[in-house]
Design a binder for this molecule. Structure first.
Ligand code: CP
Length: 306
């Protein structure tokens, strides 16, 4: 049983809960890759997946995780809901909350939307990404992927390159890696590094080649054109030449490093296709681990496992 009722972010999430979710993910991965693929551990539970922003990986893997755990779930998409008629977030939440649900997964463009939801519903809330705040389930699947690859997270050297400023993935990963004892360096243009870097106590570099020669694993982030303010990025071509994971740049490193990306990828902007599809890339393993991690999160938050 976890101490937490909700998963809103990694920053304030107990480390013991984080470790338990990661370790239990390996149990669910075994089930996922078996012929059975299913359990009835959440039979009788009802969940709503509320996606106010687009998603492929997170939405599908939560939906599949719920089905594989035997739960009943329904997907809510804002563009086909009464939100398009002007209904507020609060009214939308109050209406869904009154339908006897045990938990909700929410993705929303506003930082704090998941926390707000947890104030209105009795069940557990899982943040599937709230603006540039946090994406805790992405960080958990990344920790599972690192642990699967290296056997540990403590002491690992992990670089994160890209749009740190706008990235909820970077924030959640920084919190998770630090809680679990990894060393982290973030890398990117000065205009895409957060001013709160000091508060987060993170090391940063403007030299990707140095970071690549230092790290065991590099996480390349997506350049988020939809959250980009004018003037922060001179051009995609210049970004690629300085901060892109090009084939030539990766080939120059004198050791093997693991390549990660949360998706969706901008091939040719933050990562070369040949790098994304190379043997050192574990990008599709991350996706499968996302399904296992989300089964673990749902089971430990909502299941009768105490
Ligand atoms: N990594 C991630 O959150 O992908 P989606 O936006 O497709 O869910």
């Amino acid at each position: 049983m976890l101490k937490s009722k909700h998963l809103i972010g990694i920053e304030n999430f107990p480390t013991t809960d984080l470790i338990k979710i990661i370790d239990t993910s390996f149990y669910f991965k075994k089930i996922l890759i078996s012929d059975e693929r299913k359990t009835d551990l959440l039979k009788g539970k009802t969940l709503v997946n509320m996606f106010f922003e687009n998603s492929t990986r997170t939405k599908i893997s939560f939906t599949l995780a719920q089905k594989r755990l035997g739960a009943d779930s329904i997907n809510f998409t804002s563009s086909t809901s009464s939100v398009s008629k002007g209904e507020s977030l609060k009214d939308t939440i109050l209406n869904i909350a009154s339908m006897q649900i045990d938990g909700a997964v929410i993705r929303h463009s506003h930082p704090g939307a998941a926390l707000r939801l947890s104030e209105y519903i009795d069940g557990s809330v899982i943040n599937a990404g709230d603006g540039s705040h946090e994406h805790p389930t992405q960080a958990i699947l990344d920790m599972v992927s690192l642990k699967e690859k290296f056997g540990r997270i403590d002491g690992l050297k992990v670089g994160i390159v890209g749009d740190i400023l706008n990235s909820r993935v970077a924030r959640s990963n920084i919190f998770a890696l630090k809680k679990l004892g990894a060393e982290v360096i973030v890398c990117g243009p000065s205009t895409l590094l957060p001013s709160e870097a000091k508060r987060l106590n993170i090391n940063f570099s403007y030299n990707l080649d140095e970071v690549l020669n230092w790290c065991d694993a590099i996480i390349a982030l997506r350049i988020q054109m939809e959250r980009m303010h004018f003037g922060r990025l001179s051009s995609k071509r210049e970004y690629y030449s300085k901060f892109g994971l090009s084939f030539e740049r990766i080939n120059r490193i004198k050791k093997d490093i693991v390549i990660m990306h949360p998706g969706p990828m901008n091939r040719g902007v933050e990562i070369d296709s040949k790098v994304a599809d190379s043997e050192n890339a574990i990008i599709l393993d991350q996706v499968l681990n996302g399904e296992a991690s989300r089964m673990s999160i749902l089971y430990l938050l909502l299941g009768d496992n105490n």
